[in-house]
Design a protein around this ligand. Structure first.
Ligand SMILES: *Cc1c(COP(=O)(O)O)cnc(C)c1O
Length: 755
């Protein structure tokens, strides 16, 4: 069917064997584009619009080839011509349209929505420079613009534009889209990204992400999450949010009308899922359009919108629950501010409780707006939803118990197993057949947990994945990982609640232990990766500690042969696809109650890593599925953590002064160590840990050290370990995003699947 040889001749006048990886990449991208364009767009009277500030889609080539059913054929033809698909894939620029788990979730969801044949699109913004590109200079993070747009981006011009009216000026948008083919179902949806007509890339210097934040009419779609440490930055975020939702709302209304809606029946034509609070202003914006542009009266418009917007909560961290001064909204979008005031009044007439007010002291609580005027609120893991219902959103749960539900997150197995781990995929295929490609049911593997052939196959697949990771780390940043090393990984955004600092303290402990002559049975390689928000000082300090420790250990000949610390530069989806398949240990050590779900925990499990975790987020569900013999848990329970916060009862000094802990924390500020790093950063981090430790790393540290030692010791019982790894793969099916999306559809969206 496909003939890459011929395509190569036509495009480059050369045989396939003689063109370079970059040219092969171009050929395949063209092939994918042509195939996508032959697929009909999914139709349905009622459509989903999944509105999100982020879509961390990663590279598209391999995932698209898999979904289009071209993967095996392409791989074979390339192999015959001496090309390796993975090397070709490395030529693709990764779109940088997200930040972390929330954006990656949106991307997995788009894949699953298309695969289940549901008519629904993602709607977001086309950021020219993404979040930022992370580079390490002097063991510190620097942030550079991440320029991903260019010849090979896969944006199609939809030729649609809308006008967006701000307080004292208006702008025009332009709509692009990226095809999202379903897995083997011959149809597609789209990721639809609005750009700003007249956006000015020259506002961004080459070597920094600082730009003039006041030139709103020219900068709106330059960056995701522009620095909001000053008022210009915060205002810009509000401008961006309104730009996103105004475009989304206009798109939704115009398409519903095209499909025959008279707008009084709009909920029969569209359901809007808002991914966290960033798109909340779509509620007043839809009301504005219905009332002011279509003459529907206010109460009816509110009723219409109340039946079509659903909200996903992603966090209970107070600083992440968005609140905007009403005056910002009044400046950016005065009509929207007015409507929010009316909605607030209406709500107060119904419920006289300040705890659920939308506007408090001139501040708009976006989540409250979404809960009152949406029809659904969901958490993203069982524990998280329970905390929302019982604690964080309890007053709302009392008012609207029927709106609340749990939808435990998931990941697409097309990318996170079939695409990133071909050797494990073929082992699974050989062992249980290929039904799991559709059903994600891997439990038939449970019949093989004592099957030596399968266990040996798993060791072999892990070995090959480790070889690919070693190659990646060597070319990406010039580090050599020992062949027989245990690979122990914590990759995710850098945040105090995720507690990378606790793993760093463990590494200090291990360093000192090895110095004292206790040599591990084999080399240990600990891999970190993650970006920190540029304005988040302590997170920058944590990166600095990790990088300084990494050099310190590498330069100590007594310890370096046994312990290695690597921090991946510019951790992104492509890096995740190299590292996760190679991992033996998955570090999920957030302070219990703080990680809403986590999704890297699911990716690791699916790829045969054993989880070392607190009972937080979806770790709780992983632990239930695999059983206590196949996971390592530790740490203070979420209930106890909540009590400590509520009573202000945690005192870090009491832990800091334990001799075993003080030694580790003080290592950070010992003069010889500080001389190799940045004194200000290291001192600040030391003092923060000793005196504040808001996320209680010291509370769980001693137990963490004990459990880690047990994990490393258990790893040496190779037979038992590999069995654990296989149980983890076998039980991962629950975490397919196809399951998650089927639940969203069943309980919230009610879309009719296209056969
Ligand atoms: C999956 C993923 C995340 C989310 O990781 P968590 O550990 O769940 O926070 C973040 N970044 C990238 C690139 C990912 O692929």
């Amino acid at each position: 069917m496909i003939n890459l040889e011929e395509r190569s001749q036509v495009a480059f006048g050369k045989p396939l064997a003689q063109i370079g990886d970059a040219q092969v990449c171009r050929l395949l991208q063209d092939l994918v584009r042509e195939h996508c364009q032959t697929l009909p767009i999914m139709e349905g009277k009622r459509r989903l619009y999944y509105v999100s500030a982020e879509f961390l889609i990663g590279r598209l080539l391999i995932n698209d080839l898999i979904n289009l059913g071209l993967y095996d054929e392409v791989r074979e033809q390339l192999a015959q011509a001496g090309h390796d698909l993975a090397a070709v894939d490395d030529q693709e620029v990764e779109p940088s349209l997200g930040n972390g788990g929330l954006g990656r979730l949106a991307a997995c969801f788009m894949d699953s929505v298309a695969t289940l044949g549901l008519p629904g699109d993602g709607v977001g913004l086309n950021y020219h420079y993404g979040l930022f590109h992370q580079r390490f200079v002097d063991n510190q993070q620097t942030a550079l613009p991440d320029e991903w747009l260019g010849e090979q981006d896969c944006l199609e011009d939809e030729g649609k534009s809308f006008e967006v009216q701000f307080g004292d000026f208006s702008v025009v948008s332009h709509l692009y889209s990226i095809d999202v083919p379903g897995y083997h179902n011959g149809k597609r949806n789209r990721l639809r990204l609005f750009d700003l007509e007249g956006v000015d890339d020259s506002l961004v210097p080459d070597d920094s992400i600082d730009f003039d934040k006041t030139k709103v009419a020219k900068n709106l779609t330059l960056f995701l999450y522009p620095d909001d440490s000053d008022e210009d930055g915060r205002l810009l975020r509000v401008y961006q949010q309104y730009f996103m939702v105004s475009n989304a709302a206009q798109l939704i209304v115009s398409e519903a009308v095209e499909r025959g809606s008279n707008l009084h029946d709009l909920p029969d034509y569209a359901v809007v899922q808002i991914n966290d609070t960033h798109p909340t202003m779509i509620i007043p914006e839809l009301i504005r359009i219905l009332t002011q542009e279509h003459g529907i009266d206010f109460e009816e418009a509110v009723g219409i919108v109340r039946h079509m917007v659903a909200y996903t909560n992603h966090t209970i961290l107070a600083e992440a629950l968005e609140k905007w001064p009403l005056e910002y909204l009044a400046k950016v979008a005065p009509k929207i501010a007015k409507i929010i005031e009316l909605l607030d009044q209406m709500q107060r007439e119904e419920h006289d409780d300040p705890a659920v007010a939308i506007i408090k002291d001139g501040t708009v609580h976006m989540a409250h707006l979404a809960i009152h005027y949406g029809f659904s609120v969901n958490g993203v893991a069982a524990l998280h939803t329970k905390i929302l219902e019982e604690t964080e959103l309890h007053p709302f749960y009392e008012l609207y118990p029927e709106k609340f539900s749990n939808k435990t997150n998931g990941i697409t197995f097309r990318r996170w197993l079939m695409g990133c781990n071909p050797d494990l995929t073929s082992l699974v295929d050989k062992t249980i057949g290929t039904d799991w490609h559709r059903t994600a049911d891997l439990t038939p593997l449970m019949a093989h947990v004592d099957d030596d052939e399968v266990l040996d196959g798993l060791v072999e697949a892990k070995g090959k994945a480790k070889a690919r990771m070693r190659e990646f780390l060597l070319t990406h940043q010039g580090v050599t990982v020992p062949e027989d090393a245990i690979i122990d990984v914590q990759v995710k955004r850098i945040h105090e609640y995720k507690r990378q600092q606790m793993l760093a303290l463990y590494l200090i402990w291990k360093y000192l232990d090895i110095k004292n002559g206790n040599k591990p049975a084999r080399p240990i390689t600990v891999v970190f990766g993650g970006k920190a928000a540029p304005a988040y000082t302590i997170a920058q300090d944590i990166i600095h500690l990790i990088l300084t420790l990494s050099s310190w250990i590498a330069n100590d000949p007594d310890v370096a042969p046994y312990l290695q610390v690597i921090m991946i530069e510019n951790y992104n989806v492509s890096a995740a696809e190299r590292v996760i398949p190679a991992a033996d240990i998955s570090e999920q050590i957030s302070l219990a109650s703080k990680e809403a779900s986590g999704t890297s925990n699911m990716k690791f499990m699916l790829n045969g890593a054993v989880t070392l975790c607190t009972l937080d987020g979806a770790n709780v569900e992983i632990a239930d599925l695999v059983g206590e013999d196949n996971i390592y848990t530790f740490g203070t329970s979420s209930r106890e953590v909540e009590r400590l916060y509520a009573e202000g009862a945690y005192d870090p000094q009491a832990y800091y002064h334990k001799p075993g802990i003080k030694l580790l924390v003080d290592f950070i500020t010992n003069p010889a160590f500080m001389a190799t790093g940045n004194e200000e950063r290291l001192r600040r981090l030391h003092d923060d840990m000793a005196h504040k430790d808001w996320f209680m790393a010291l509370l769980d540290l001693e137990e963490y050290i004990q459990v880690k030692e047990r994990v490393y010791a258990d790893y040496e019982d190779r037979g038992a370990w590999v069995r654990k790894a296989l149980v983890n793969v076998a039980q991962a099916g629950t975490f397919s995003s196809d399951r998650t999306i089927a639940q969203y559809n069943e309980d919230i969206w009610h879309l009719v699947p296209q056969k």
